[in-house]
Design a protein. Structure first.
Length: 320
């Protein structure tokens, strides 16, 4: 494949993006892709269309839900100016925002969707599943730290998460447990240590200081009423924690996770009794935690970095 020019366009302004770390990871991993990838902001791209070298491919990345500009005007401008350029999008918040993007197949050549189950509801051969991932920058120059926490969970207290952690709190309150995020009940905050938020880099340090990172997927829809799709694909935080070589216990509400990890690479639970047994086992055996975490880390480094995602995207576009 000869070198192609790729424009990777962020749909959300950097100042509004709560997941800037994902941008940074994608950009750092793009250096390992053979094609030339140029990263641009959508709100600035209007002025650049037709005035810079024509790309072979434009990828609109992010969310079409309540955009800060008119993405369909931008798509129309691209089509009129660069008629031979392939136009794609990579949606990152399906199925929770499905209704805002389901018409995109009528405007694009390719549509990549973060959630496998959601991808089936577009009913189009243009749509392909492409999960999020991780980056090697998560493990570069990070020294090993002594554990200060038995359990850590970071995330918004959506109803499904509150219910799950409330069911586990008789165990969690007996250990050094830290919950980070908004929306948590006073009961949980009184039984565990709690922080309203931390910067992402500080979160990574806290993860390093924990024995077990708890993993509960979100279940909160912003715009998902057409089909009320249930998410199936594991969230990027699973790949990120694994990339750091940190042990995690994952609530098994998405069996698809075993399409990305083997059962000896990621430990899951589906009940309070099972959680208690696994917690006792892995809290007291650091060697077992290390063995599992190292296997998960190697899996991510081999298959689930953003360089792998970008390579998959480019192969699908240019070689299919």
């Amino acid at each position: 494949m000869s070198e192609k020019i790729i424009h990777f366009v962020w749909l959300l302004p950097a100042s509004k993006d709560s997941n800037k770390h994902i941008r940074q990871m994608i950009q750092s991993e793009a250096a390992f892709v053979e094609e030339k990838i140029i990263f641009l902001q959508a709100e600035d791209y209007y002025q650049k269309v037709g005035k810079i070298e024509q790309p072979d491919l434009i990828v609109l990345y992010g969310s079409f839900y309540k955009p800060h500009f008119d993405p369909y005007f931008l798509i129309s401008q691209i089509r009129q100016t660069w008629q031979n350029t392939i136009l794609a999008a990579w949606l990152t918040d399906d199925p929770y925002e499905f209704d805002s993007g389901y018409v995109l197949t009528g405007y694009l050549d390719f549509l990549f969707v973060n959630d496998k189950n959601a991808s089936r509801y577009y009913h189009s051969a243009k749509v392909h599943h492409l999960p999020l991932g991780a980056a090697t920058r998560l493990i570069t120059d990070r020294p090993s730290l002594e554990p200060e926490w038995d359990f850590i969970f970071c995330g918004v207290g959506f109803a499904n998460r509150v219910e799950a952690l409330t069911g586990l709190q008789s165990t969690l309150k007996q250990h050094a447990t830290l919950i980070i995020g908004s929306g948590w009940t006073d009961e949980l905050k009184s039984n565990c240590f709690w922080l309203p938020s931390v910067p992402y880099e500080e979160l990574l340090t806290l993860y390093q200081k924990s024995k077990i990172v708890l993993n509960f997927a979100r279940n909160f829809n912003f715009c998902n009423t057409l089909y009320e799709i249930v998410s199936s694909t594991t969230a990027p935080r699973t790949f990120e924690v694994a990339a750091m070589g940190i042990f995690q216990l994952v609530f098994l509400d998405k069996p698809e996770v075993y399409e990305y990890f083997d059962r000896d690479e990621l430990i899951t639970f589906s009940s309070k009794d099972e959680f208690d047994q696994l917690a006792e086992k892995y809290l007291t055996h650091a060697d077992l935690r290390t063995t599992v975490a190292q296997k998960a880390q190697q899996r991510v480094l081999n298959q689930h970095l953003y360089r792998h995602r970008l390579q998959t995207l480019l192969h699908r576009v240019f070689c299919s």
